[in-house]
Design a protein around this ligand. Sequence first.
Ligand code: C2E
Ligand code: MG
Ligand code: MG
Length: 357
Amino acid sequence: MVARFGGDEFAVLSEHLTRREDAADLAERINRTLAEPFTFAGQEIHVSASIGIAVTDDPLTNAEVLLRDADAAMFESKDHCRGGGGYQFFTTAVREQAVSRLAVETELRQALGRGEFRLVYEPVYDLRRRRPVGMEALIRWRHRHRGLLAPADFIEVAEDTGLIIPIGRWVLSEACRTLARWNRLRGSEKPGFTMAVNLSARQISDPTLVGDVADVLHRFDVEPRRLCLEVTETAVHDAPLSADGVLGGLSALGVRIALDDFGTGYSSLRHLRRVPVDILKIDRMFVNGLDQPGEDRAIIGAVIAMAHSLGMTTVGEGIETEAQYAQLLELGCDLGQGYLLSQPLPPEQFADIYVGA
Ligand code: C2E
Ligand code: MG
Ligand code: MG
């Protein structure tokens, strides 16, 4: 029996399997079938599934428990195999994962009200002048018991639960408030900073985002071109087509759009046409590769040339060594950020070092 379970979730009930391997075979067959591209409205469409498997031979196990376990295993499969195409059996380790996920979810719901989120700011440099021209806001969660948590520890849960929407609103507003304050402090003789804020797939699928951004810009009197909104290729890929309208709306406000982690996600040059991209951020993985012999230098060179011919600005991410800096500069990369220049800093520290400078 195959049933749509809600949203993009489907359940398959198979009562005639005798061995675990049969369930694995079935999952592989489903994934293989789904992997075949098909054409819809003139576009080639690729879909994939993350499959969780729960098995029982106990007649007392009810449907609710089986579905819950399969659901937890499905999340596990999603984690292991980003982009789908994998499957995972339910195990006790999966149960523990699910319990900890639930704990994060519960606490995440309260964190915003308790004011537990912080933003740290990573300076972005003009590589040629070696001078900061702006910063990227990065979220941190000051957890009551677990200390300071990085986005990797909670952003995915925030996405899956939709909590990213209110959290994202807070990030946007806090970042713009800070930007306005710092640019005021810098005065009109010094060039203003630009603030970059990260958006998730869920946020760019939310049609109220354009209005929210317009409101925040107005509330803090921030020039639209001083705000840069970063989306990853994967987020653009995962978001429904309506996201194109949202990104178009943002671009029409005069806000800049950056394609983050370029070259790592579902890279498709098609995204560059679909989305109004102003800035390409070359992922740390390639910048890192500049230290070893290999093709990364050629790839970065080609990406920069392509970006420039499309009128885009390029940013090198995760610069850790002088050698990487020098090579990016030589390849014509415009901006850069990374631990060589500075770690992400709490606002007080950022202001001390950069705002007066
Ligand atoms: P990202 O936007 O690509 O941000 C850059 C990440 O690389 C940051 O990690 C930063 O601390 C780290 N980084 C910077 N320079 C270096 C370096 O030289 N070496 C190394 N090894 N790492 C460096 P962080 O803060 O953990 O953020 C991870 C990701 O989480 C971000 O990647 C972004 O995609 C996401 N994120 C952060 N803040 C937010 C937010 O407010 N909303 C959403 N939706 N996502 C966020
Ligand atoms: Mg970013
Ligand atoms: Mg990045």
